[in-house]
Design a protein around this ligand. Structure first.
Ligand code: 1HN
Length: 362
C-alpha cells in the first residue's frame, strides 16, 4: 500500500515518534507463512561443554545469589538480544549443565518456572523437592514443578553433572516470572525415604489419593525402569519417526511430567534410521549413549555421547544410529505448550529421507 504521496515519509517518522506503527509495512514480518523461530539448529560437543563445566568447579561455588553452578546453552539465534543469548535454547526452553562437587550444597528456593533434570555423571548427590529427598544416578529423570521448594546436597565423593531444562524463555515472554528464597539455606527432609518409588512401582497403578492430588506426584523416573520399558518396546514395531520412544508422564493424569516441558527417551538400535518429519514444537536432544547423526533441514549433524543439539520449531529432522551399540537420545520439548494452545501440527517428509545439503560444522 506504499505509494509516492510526499507526506508519507514525514508521516512514518511522526508515527515512530509517537510509538505507533503502520501495519501495511509490517504484516509480512508479524505474520510469516510458516514458523520462523529465532532458535537455530545447532550442536554443542560434550568435550567443550564438559571442559568448561568442570573448570567452573575451580572458579566459583554455589551460594545464595548465584544459586547454581550451571553453564547454559546459548542458541546463536538469540545472540543479538543479550550478550549471553538470553539463556534461550529454543523460543520457550532454557537448558544447561550443572555441576555439584562433593560436600557442596545449593541453596533452597522456589520459582514459577518448571524444571526437569536428567542425570549425566556421578553418584551421591540428592535433590530435596518439597521435603522429599531424591537420590540422583546417571540416566535418572527428575522433575521440579513450578512453585516447589528445591535445593541440592552432595554427600558423595565424585563430581555430579546433570542436564537442566526450564521454561524460562516462555515465562520471560509472558512477563510472569516469580522467584523466592527459602528462609534457611536448605529445607528439612519431611517425606519418608523412597517416597516416589513406594507410590509408583508398577505403571498403570496409582495410589487412590492421587485422584485428589494430581500435581506432578512422581518426582523421579529411574534409569533402570526407563531402559526396561524401552527394551520391551523394542520387541514391537518402531515408530517411523521416533524409533522406540517413551515419554515421562504424570502417572495420575497421563500428561507431561514436566507440566510445560515434555521429555522423552528414544532408543535407536544399531543401524536404525528414522524417517524425517517436522512439527510445530521445538526439541532439545542430549545424546545419552551411542553415536550417529541427525539431518536437520538438510544439514547433517554428527553426534556422540554427551553432545546436545536443537531441532527448532517446524524443522525437518531424522536420526540415524551409525554406531555398533544402541543409541539413547534424551530429549525435552515444548509440545505440552503447543498442544494446550491448539498450535501443534505435524508433517511427514514426502520421500521419507532428506537429501543432505550441508555438514555441521560447515
Ligand atoms: C534452578 O533453580 C536450577 O534448581 C537450575 O538446579 C537452573 C536456572 C535458572 C533459574 C533457576 C536448580 C536454574 C534454576
Amino acid at each position: 500500500m506504499d505509494n509516492d504521496n510526499p507526506r508519507l515519509d514525514t508521516y512514518y517518522a511522526e508515527l515512530r515518534q509517537h510509538h505507533l506503527g503502520p501495519l501495511w509495512n509490517s504484516i509480512g514480518r508479524l505474520m510469516t507463512h510458516e514458523p520462523r523461530p529465532r532458535a537455530e539448529a545447532h550442536l554443542w560437543r560434550w568435550s567443550d561443554v564438559r571442559r568448561y563445566v568442570m573448570e567452573s568447579g575451580t572458579l566459583v561455588v554455589p551460594d545464595r545469589g548465584g544459586e547454581r553452578r550451571v553453564i547454559f546453552f546459548a542458541n546463536p539465534g538469540f545472540q543479538e538480544l543479550e550478550p549471553w543469548g538470553w539463556g534461550a535454547m529454543t523460543n520457550t526452553l532454557y537448558a544447561g549443565v550443572q555441576l555439584l562437587l562433593p560436600g557442596e550444597k545449593a541453596p533452597s528456593h522456589r520459582h514459577n518456572q518448571n524444571a526437569i533434570r536428567f542425570v549425566l555423571e556421578g553418584r551421591g548427590a540428592y535433590t530435596i523437592v518439597e521435603g522429599e529427598r531424591i537420590d540422583m544416578e546417571p540416566g535418572d529423570f527428575l522433575i521440579t514443578p513450578a512453585g516447589l521448594w528445591h535445593d541440592h546436597v552432595h554427600a558423595g565423593t565424585e563430581p555430579m553433572l546433570w542436564f537442566d531444562c526450564l521454561d524460562i524463555p516462555l515465562l520471560y515472554q509472558l512477563g510472569v516470572m516469580f522467584f523466592e528464597n527459602y528462609p534457611d539455606y536448605n529445607q528439612p527432609i519431611t517425606k519418608p525415604s523412597g517416597y516416589t518409588e513406594k507410590r509408583y512401582q508398577t505403571s498403570g497403578l496409582r495410589p487412590i489419593q492421587d485422584r485428589r492430588t494430581v500435581y506432578a506426584p512422581q518426582a523421579v523416573f529411574k534409569w533402570r525402569s526407563t531402559q526396561d520399558a524401552l527394551r520391551r518396546l523394542a520387541e514391537l514395531e518402531p515408530d517411523p519417526y521416533d524409533g522406540y520412544g517413551v515419554e515421562y508422564v504424570n502417572p495420575a493424569t497421563g500428561e507431561a511430567a514436566g507440566i510445560t516441558i515434555g521429555a522423552a527417551m528414544q532408543l535407536l538400535p544399531s543401524g536404525h534410521h528414522t524417517q524425517a518429519h517436522r512439527h510445530v514444537h521445538s526439541t532439545i536432544y542430549h545424546v545419552f549413549r551411542g553415536s550417529g547423526y541427525s539431518v536437520i533441514n538438510g544439514v547433517r549433524f554428527a553426534w556422540h555421547a554427551g553432545d546436545t543439539f536443537v531441532v527448532p520449531n517446524w524443522a525437518w529432522h531424522e536420526h540415524h544410529n551409525t554406531g555398533a551399540e544402541d543409541a539413547y537420545l534424551f530429549s525435552t520439548h515444548d509440545a505440552p505448550v503447543m498442544e494446550r494452545l491448539g498450535l501443534e501440527r505435524e508433517e511427514s517428509y514426502p520421500d521419507g529421507y532428506q537429501p543432505v545439503t550441508g555438514e555441521y560444522p560447515g
